[in-house]
Design a protein around this ligand. Structure first.
Ligand SMILES: [Zn+2]
Length: 74
């Protein structure tokens, strides 16, 4: 199994509430400010609060395959 830098590996305690996470398969980005209407996720739902059954709306992969999107300070 490969691990990628930034993969949170299901440890949501490392996530901030306003972190965006990107699917490493299809590059869909989950934005907590938008939620995911198609799966009944309300806007302003942190990634860490998504239900266990939530999957990528584009490719259907699991939450564990998402990467935290970090913005460089510079
Ligand atoms: Zn995906």
């Amino acid at each position: 199994m490969h691990t990628f830098e930034g993969t949170f590996l299901g440890d949501t305690s490392k996530l901030k509430d306003d972190d965006c996470l990107e699917c490493k398969v299809c590059h869909y980005v989950y934005d907590p400010k938008k939620g995911d209407i198609d799966q009944n996720i309300e806007p302003n739902t942190p990634f860490s609060k998504l239900p266990p059954y939530w999957i990528c709306p584009i490719c259907g992969c699991e939450k564990e395959l998402f990467l935290v999107v970090r913005h460089d300070e510079s």
